[in-house]
Design a protein around this ligand. Sequence first.
Ligand code: SF4
Length: 283
Amino acid sequence: MREIKYEDIVKSVKDMILYSATNLPKDAYKAIQDAYDKEKSEVCKSVLKQILENADIAKNEARPLCQDTGLAVFFVKVGEDVKVVGGSLKKAINEGTELGYKEGYLRASTCHWDTRANLKDEVGYNLPAIIHFDIVEGDKIEIEYAAKGGGSENVSRATVFPPAKGRKGIIEYVKQVISDAGPNPCPPLTVGVGIGGTFEKAVISSKHALFRDLGSKNPDPVLQGMEDELMVLLNNLGIGAMGMGGTQTVLGVHIEKNPCHIASLPVSVNVQCHSSRHMHITL
Ligand code: SF4
C-alpha cells in the first residue's frame, strides 16, 4: 500500500488553486486566440482581445482572472492501493481549498442557501469544496480542479427525455439552453453535455465534460459528430463574445455518455465561461 502524506495533499490543492486563479490554462488561451482569428464582428474581436489582455495581466501581475473566483469543484480518482496518512483525503482537499482561497485573497463565495449569509466563519473560507470521488485501480490519486463561477452555473439545465427524442432532441435541447443563456454566462463558452445514466449521473457527466482540454477530440465518433454539429449551430446563434453579437459564442462542446434505463434519456448541459480555470494533477 503506497502512502501519501495528508500535508502533501493540502499543499498540492492549495498550489492548484493559487495557480489557476491567475493563469488561464493553455488550451483555453489558445481557443480564445483561435476565436479572435475567426471572429467576423469587429466589436467581438475587440472583446476577445480584451479577454486575452486580461489573462496576460492576471498572469504577469498575479491577479485573479475574474472577480468571481468561484466555488472549488474537484473530481478525485483514488487508487485502491493508496493510503492517506495523517488525516482524511476529504479534509485535506477542503483544507487546501481554504488555504488557497485565503492566501490568494480570492473571494469566499459560499453562502447559506436561504439567509445568503457568507459561511466563511461558520464552515470555512469558501468551503465546503464540491468533491466527486471515484475509486479506481492503482496506487495514485488524480485530482482535477476547476473554479466554477456563478454566472455560467446559473444557466445550466437538465432534463429527462423519453428515448424517442434521440440525438435530434438532444441537439435541439442544447441549442435552446445556450440560446436562452444569451450573454449571461460570459461567452465565449465551453459547453459540457452529459447524456444517459440517471438524472444525477447526467448532471455530473456534464460537469466533468468541462474538464476536458479545449481542442481535444472525443474518442467516440458519434459524439464527435454531435460536438461538431453543435459547434456550428451554437456559433450560428450570433451571441458572440460577452453577448456583443458575433460568430464565436462557443470555444468547445464536450459530450460524455453513460448507459441508461430503457425508458429514459437523461440530458444535462453545464456551461463554463471564458474564464475556464481548470487544472489536473496526479499524486
Ligand atoms: S461567469 Fe465566469 S467570467 Fe463571468 S463573472 Fe462568473 S467567473 Fe467571471
